[in-house]
Design a protein around this ligand. Structure first.
Ligand code: PHE
Length: 365
């Protein structure tokens, strides 16, 4: 058998293949199951041992050289195809660049940054906790026992399964569990704010099932209501960028604070918009509740692993969404979470305007 001639012919046809399809059909023709070289390999079995010793290496060498040639040609054809594409696809760098869509910072994120900036100036660090919480941190440790009505299904989103510790799991209904987590992990003294998402089974024009709160917690020695009042007043003046913010403290009830205080601010109506400032008792003014707060209940301090005879403090919690609406004039809470880009481009903030106290935390819209 003249393998040299078969080899010559195969190699020259491979070299002459000028596209990948032709090359593939050649591969099948020579090396495929029914291919000619595969056929030669099969004949080996029928030869006597002496002849096989001579023929075997020749046929294998032939197969080797043909498959190498196929691979080399494939490589060459692919490179040529890529070169052709690179040569034909050019970019005209002199054309003006298409305008890239520019995103904006959501008012919630903006307000959280503003609050972090204001409280950082008063020595508060930012603390966080999980949005999927257990009932001990969310309720029990905050002095809300098993029978407390806030635990009801209609107020709270529960998960079907308990955690490894056998505790019920739920979407946290407020940022207050971060009080417990921070006391347990950091001890005292401490000064933190905890901004974040919270969930309640509530939905209408002024309530969304998910909304945002910011919690504040100070634990130290000799902390009293005067510290709470000064802190809230300083924060609200810095946030609304007005010196005429007037607070009204009203006695209230929260299981986790004692005494508990609700804080109202005075506002007036200007052109259908609520503008914070002035006493709520002044002509044309009224009071609006903005915060829940109080001195941390001793049971809560104990649940946080601290001795309530040694440590005391205050806590407050407020809605970030509401603070944003009041300062920047949006009137429908639901629009905050619709993701409508027109709303965002109207109310959003430039990512380059980072709120700073010296620059005035509120970038004017
Ligand atoms: N957690 C309370 C709420 O969600 C607010 C609050 C926080 C009140 C801290 C007092 C102290 O309504």
């Amino acid at each position: 058998m003249d393998h040299a001639a078969t080899g010559q012919e195969a190699l020259s046809r491979i070299a002459g293949a000028d596209d990948l399809d032709t090359l593939e059909s050649l591969r099948v023709e020579f090396l495929g199951k029914q291919g000619s070289i595969s056929g030669l390999l099969k004949t080996l079995g029928k030869l006597d041992p002496e002849a096989r010793k001579v023929e075997g290496p020749r046929i294998h060498a032939l197969r080797e050289s043909v498959s190498e040639a196929l691979a080399a040609r494939k490589d060459a054809l692919e490179t040529a195809a890529l070169d052709a594409r690179l040569a034909s696809e050019t970019i005209d760098l002199s054309l003006p660049a298409p305008e890239a869509p520019r995103g904006s910072v959501h008012p919630i994120s903006q307000v959280m940054d503003e609050l972090a900036e204001i409280f950082a100036d008063m020595g508060f660090a930012v603390a966080t906790g999980p949005e999927i919480e257990d009932d001990w941190h969310n309720f029990t440790a905050l002095n809300m026992p098993e029978s407390h009505p806030a635990r009801a299904m209609h107020d709270t989103f529960y998960f079907p399964d308990r955690n490894e510790g056998g505790r019920e799991m739920l979407l946290r209904t407020h940022t207050s569990p971060v009080q417990i987590r921070t006391m347990l992990s950091q001890g005292a003294p401490l000064r933190v704010i905890a901004p974040g998402r919270v969930y309640r089974s509530d939905s209408d024009a002024t309530h969304t099932p998910m909304f945002h709160q910011i919690e504040g917690l100070v634990i130290d020695k000799g902390i009293h209501l005067g510290h709470l009042k000064w802190t809230l007043e300083t924060f609200l003046k810095a946030y609304f960028e007005r010196d005429d913010i007037v607070l009204r403290l009203r006695p209230s009830y929260f299981p986790f604070t004692e005494p508990s205080i609700e804080v109202d601010v005075g506002y007036s109506n200007e052109g259908g918009r609520r503008v914070v400032g002035g006493s709520g008792d002044a002509p044309g003014h009224a009071w609006m509740e903005v915060l829940g707060s109080g001195m941390v209940n001793r049971h809560v301090i104990a649940a946080g692993g601290l001795d309530p005879d040694e440590w005391q403090g205050f806590a407050f919690g407020t809605g970030v969404d509401r603070l944003a609406m009041l300062k920047y004039g949006m009137d429908d809470l639901r629009a905050f979470f619709d993701g409508d880009v027109r709303w965002l481009s109207h109310y959003g903030f430039s990512a380059l305007d980072v709120p700073t106290l010296s620059g005035g935390v509120g970038t004017p819209v």
